[in-house]
Write a protein that binds this ligand. Sequence first.
Ligand code: SF4
Length: 344
Amino acid sequence: MKEFGKDRMKEGEVYKEERRDILRRYEITDWRSIFTEKYGDRFLEYRRLWELANKAAILASYPLEISFEISDRCNYRCSFCPRNSEFKRALNFELGKENVSLPFAAYKEVIDDGKRNNLFSVSFSTGAEALIEKDLPKFIEYARTNDVVDIRVTTNGFMLNEENIRILVDGGATFIGISIDAYRPETYKLLRKHDLQRIVNNVMNLVEYKRTKGSLFPITRVSFVKTKENIGEMQDFLDFWKDKADIIDFQDLYTYEYCAIEKARENKFFCAQPWQRANVWADGKVSLCCSWTAQKEAVGSIYEYSMKEIWNSAKATAFRESLTGKNYLEACLWCVASSEKIAD
Ligand code: SF4
């Protein structure tokens, strides 16, 4: 069987191909050099600490990245999304939080604390659709003017209109991830229930706007989670996006039905997210990763403690010890990080 990506990719088209457990990444652009040119040693230090934390070899005194769920709303209802109430009911994970937004004042306090503690990265990606939040420009601007070097936004691309493109490019976002998952419009409609051409046009407009402004930011990633419906479209997806996006990610599909607890116990998996990042949910709860299941094991709330106190608290230590001691909490047992791959 021919190996996907190899036969039709010409030398020089890809800066780097990287394979991790669940991810195959094509880096068309050397994004690390672009960041280093702009942020110098501070960016290099951030990446050095990130890689060490990725092996749990260090625990920095503050999260390297904080992800914010600035709104608990999404304009899509994708079949495979954990927001889908069937998933939550099946796993008894109803969280009782809906249509909640994180107030800017609360976010500002976290960023102020982050500035005092050398916060490197913020991400607006967890749980819902970041572009829905009308205050997003304010959130980005405040991070940018308070020494954050990496400002990341993930979106389904539907609302990536001209105004939002200007906000992201001119406002200082450094990374945008657009989850697409299909090459054929019929497949996109099946998986995401919307019009693929609209998303393609939006991403092309973003690329063109960056070009006209002479901006290399935000580094633009398109992603594709492999399912049985789209598995035959990977090469076409790669060929289409390789001269438009900076990074193309193909990710294995994991589903919650494969997160059987006994299987997870046998797997004896490890996850380093609690050494790298914290996640602030729209209701102010803090978990030590971006998995929605971790809301059940929140280690604090920004309405009660500072992020520094939460990150270094006894609860946070116990959470990390549950992973190093392989004495997994329910959040981890039901998380996709513990599950088996089902598509190839
Ligand atoms: S819930 Fe998942 S992502 Fe979070 S720490 Fe546990 S295994 Fe890692």
